[in-house]
Design a protein. Sequence first.
Length: 792
Amino acid sequence: MNKIAQIFDTLDYGPAPESAEQANSWLDSKNRKFGHFIDGAWTAPGKTFASTNPANGTHLADISNGTTADVDAAVAAARAAFPAWSALPGYQRGRYLYAIARMIQKHARLFAVLETIDNGKPIRESRDADIPLVARHFYHHAGWATHLASQFPDHVPYGVCGQIIPWNFPLLMLAWKIAPALAAGNTVVLKPAEFTSLTALLFADICDRVGLPKGVVNIVTGEGDTGAALVNHPDVDKIAFTGSTEVGKIIRAATAGSGKGLSLELGGKSPYIVFEDADLDSAVEGLVEAIWFNQGQVCCAGSRLLVQESIEERFIAKVRTRMANLRVGDPLDKSVDIGAMVAPVQVERIRDLMKRGVAEGAHVYEPDGEVPAQGCFLKPALVTNVSPANSLVAEEIFGPILVAMSFRTPEEAVQLANNTRYGLAATVWSENINLALDIAPKLKAGVIWINGTNQFDAAVGFGGYKESGFGREGGREGMGAYLKPKWEKHLQPGVVRPHGELVEPRGRANPLDAVPLDQTAKMYIGGKQARPDSGYNRPVLAPDGTSIGEVGDGNRKDIRNAVEAARAASGWATTAAHSRAQILYFLAENLDYRRAEFAARIEAQTGEDGTAEVEASIERLFAFAGWADKYDGAVHNPPMRAVAAAMIEPLGVLGIVAPERQPLLGSIALLAPAIAMGNTVVLVPSARAPLSITDFYQVLETSDMPFGVVNIVTGEGVALAKTLAEHDGVDGLWFMGSAEGSAMVEKSSTGNLKQTWTSRGLDYDLADPCFAGDYFLGKATQVKNVWIPYGA
Ligand code: NAI
Ligand code: MG
């Protein structure tokens, strides 16, 4: 063999270590002991815990464990800073964000090295992915701050935001939270994860250096208890959390009824689907990025490989070959692919989970070769021979472990992909763009990557469906999550009438049109009238106490039937928006024919002239017919050869518990936006005056409404709301009723983390024209970003 061939045979990497000298001297300059950053100054260190380098166990610094008093002080500082910060012209706030972005770029290497020694991630990633994206987020949001007034008219910041972040992308998660919050004019108290506080503390130094007004950004370090103190603090207006689904659910329950804004970015078990016509070598490289980036400690990791059966053997062989070439070792070495796990406890967690999976029948492949004996290192692993029920398939492993399964048809791929409680991301590999774009909308996940994976950008929203949480970070949606309509900011007990105008009645109904007395109305489920499961009815009384009819007394069983019917009608979501609009127009038209009868029915139940309410209901149906094909997505232009299509999708099955008053409009004003966006609905009409909606069945039946899109269950609102809140087949729930009922709905919704909207005991005047706008459309939908690469 000649010499060159020999070299190629034995070729190995020499060590290429990045120096940690500057990071160490920064730590030394702080005496390796940190207090909190509150009101623009460092507090004296309190009770501390150690931050260590997981690659070698060395002690890096002592971090203060934030107490309730520390959290109080930080929230007070943020509150005091809020009026001046939010009053600054957006351009001025934009200049601060720009200055932060510049400063991060200037100190990019220091940040990258500090991140790597604290977290264990390869320097290649912190240097080339994490830190550049951090700078990009601040630049991008400098622009949002500048254009806030024109882009979000009549919107105001929440106030003080409590932000809690995990350890897998410490500075990047800080940027995702702080940049939009500040752009919108909020002030923040941020708690980094206990394993990785250091880059947040360096960031505090940067805030100081750019002269950010004191109190605008406060960093309180600590463990879960410190986070909980922030969540429960009465003077915090919004909580933004990224972390485990388990803690996300605790926070949902803890904030129930508080009126705090909430966004949750939680776990995932994202499918990575490879079709037989994919470019297999690219798909293998994508897979490396999907599951071995950051040691697999990525919420959107492509951790479930679904490969088409015809290419399974070939593809798995390629994956194994590639795995054997992954280099595990010192994260500061520039040619290392897989660094250290964040902490020994995570290594233990993963080993336990693997044992369980193997006991349940899984086969595990690990490549030959050694990993460093010291430090939190794990080998990459490929798990096969698993059924969907195996723990390794069902649970988020959060480590370098890939689980593989196969499928035969595209339908089966979608079914397997969606067979998870999570819905954060999904990847589709196919050279057939028609197939890929057919699959993308069918995947229940907030981000879809076509022929690529783990792409992120500040202009493109990120966040999950189902138990992966709600709310988006990045893009317009992400900005919107830190703002609220001005009128919502200072809600007072009493009537909510944002724009204060009333719809003019077109003339009073003829009392002779009054409907016959004493009917018994049934439920309306799956397009059929159904008797209540309980066998009992509830009387409906006129204001003078006389009986004017009866309706069924709905129970859990009726709700379950209605949810089943609503799920079966999910085709409504993919019915063309134009067709949905036609049906809404038809509903309006058919209600218009019967306006006198409906007005009289309102009067019989409430004693008030119903003419204006019927008129407003007809207008509302028209308004949302008009919206159906206009509340639309966007195409983003991230700085790589890809476009991201931000698609607006319905939540799915939406429960609606209508208010007691406004018997017709109260239901129609909520129903119309829900169905216009493609949701199917289980509607509980006013308990006191349900007959307007039981009359409405006939309008539904004469308007070509597909069966199961609108299901109606009469009965006691709070009891039915509880069943809806606890039902995992319900994706969203709107409740109009008491403050206690609202708190109950929020608390009972944690099972599948459905999105809720409640009236918190306030009396919304749904006739207000504000509610004919896009207010409820945003709440009826979620954004899915589909990344589509280009280039031949
Ligand atoms: P975690 O959810 O406990 O930690 C995330 C953050 O929440 C940390 O800052 C922590 O101090 C804080 N926290 C903990 N309990 C809290 C409470 N009751 N109230 C307020 N804040 C609280 O996650 P952990 O324990 O570090 O990791 C466990 C597992 O969670 C991982 O193995 C992984 O599966 C998952 N995880 C998922 C993440 C994601 O981005 N999807 C990020 C981190 C963890
Ligand atoms: Mg550490």
